[in-house]
Ligand binder design. Sequence first.
Ligand code: NDP
Ligand code: HSE
Length: 428
Amino acid sequence: MAVKIALLGFGTVASGLPFLIKENTNKIEKAAGSKIEIAKVLVRNNAEKQGLEEKGYDYHFVTSIEEILEDSEIDIVVELMGRIEPAKSFIISALNAGKHVVTANKDLIALHGKEIRELAEQLHLAFYYEAAVAGGIPILRTLANSFTSDKITRVLGVLNGTSNFMMTKMVEEGWSYEEALNKAQALGYAESDPTNDVEGIDAAYKVAILSQFAFGMTLDFNDVKHQGISSITPEDVLIAQKLGYVIKLVGSLEETKSGIAAGVMPTFIPQDHPLASVSGVMNAVFVESIGIGESMFYGPGAGQKPTATSVMADIIRISRRLKDNTIGKAFNEFKVETKLADKKDISSLYYLAIETSDEKGQLLRLTKIFNDQDVSLRQVLQDKAKDGRARVVTITHAVSEKQLDDLTQKISEEEGFQLLNRFKVLGD
Ligand code: NDP
Ligand code: HSE
């Protein structure tokens, strides 16, 4: 008997599933223990249905979710529409109708995952979402299974393919922001509204999800601070290169003595760090742990086939569990009480770019502010002044987030100084 699946939405990712099912029929059937059949596909309306039929797709297209919920032969509902509603209601209805659920929807999992996971557990149904973090990289199942005996202390990730692709093209090939974004959209990397990609929100969703698997802690999305790539200027990129760094949007999760610290921020990465070479649509998750030590998981973070491959992995896993009568186990069983780090305990090196008038004594005044806040400087550089304005950039030694907040507050209160940017710097 085939395992029957229903797809909700037939966009970039969903339309990659038929390719895998066709190319790997035998392998999939062996791993899943059954044939996998796309029994129904929910599309928006009859016009979309007709368009897809004209393109040669001969699936049973439906325009009402009820046709799927009421079909007792459908075992697994695969939600690939994106956004919160109606995806959330459809998933909850599917679980209540006794169907297992697979999704790639990180927005939904980061914002409402707890409620959905609890419902699935209560109903002994599977709710899997490997594709939600880092597209084609099988990171969630690796953390849930292969790191069981290890203790993770820090996770750093280049987690958004769109912004990494854009930064790479802009820095290495001189593309404009718009050109890079348009191409990322055309290649199917970007979300339907790319704001989430460029503003660090999509990466923050992934950090929130990674926290469950790496630290067993469910974070409220608001506990993940985020800043995107739109604040990075060409001057920042040049300074980074001059000082031996590359700038990337990095998501981080770190254990401190009071709890975990989570965030997404443009980050200066030393050129010899493994994350520095993660370019284009590639993502990477760099894990520090007491057992393995340092490990990095690298691969395409977006795109049709890579993402569809992760979705298929979940479908196959559920099918196998159905066959073996082991269905109902949670995707991730590691759960501990969530504890957030105190700002005093979160420490990093920082890059600060400050504009001031090009006058004698300004640098001295600035260093005095740093000194008064007990922040010591590792590097200081001044750009050539333009129009009577000078740009001073500093890299600090390690400071706590509390010290950094106090320092930036003082700089903003002091007349004649304007803080242009503050990014993290990887290093000791
Ligand atoms: P697309 O926008 O390409 O596809 C979504 C499809 O669902 C569209 O065809 C959309 O139609 C349709 N849809 C939306 N709402 C409904 C509805 N109510 N009824 C029927 N159809 C509907 O998105 P992707 O395939 O790129 O992404 C799907 C999911 O996968 C998202 O959650 C995304 O975040 C996630 N993801 C995507 C990756 C990627 O590389 N693309 C990588 C990892 C995860 P319409 O166009 O009319 O809105
Ligand atoms: N828009 C996302 C990205 C898709 O660019 O990384 C993968 O989650």
